[in-house]
Design a protein. Structure first.
Length: 75
């Protein structure tokens, strides 16, 4: 599932970088996604599941990158 999620994030990142425009993206939706992956990270740490920790931390970083690009290109 993680590989599919990464593949799903890549077109968004590439489009943001290529067009340098984020007007069609919902910042609030991506912030919710960042919060969701942060909660998943915390939960996986509580469970002490290394594979889940890697999955959620990497998704958190990619989601945070997208939020950063949205904010950067809205200025």
């Amino acid at each position: 599932m993680t590989v599919c999620a990464y593949i799903g994030y890549l077109p968004q990142v590439f489009k943001l970088v290529k067009t340098k425009s984020s007007k069609d993206l919902s910042l609030s939706a991506w912030i919710i996604w960042v919060i969701s992956t942060a909660c998943g990270t915390a939960y996986s740490i509580l469970l002490m599941r290394p594979e889940m920790i890697v999955m959620y931390v990497s998704e958190f970083i990619i989601s945070l990158l997208i939020v950063h690009l949205i904010v950067k290109y809205r200025r």
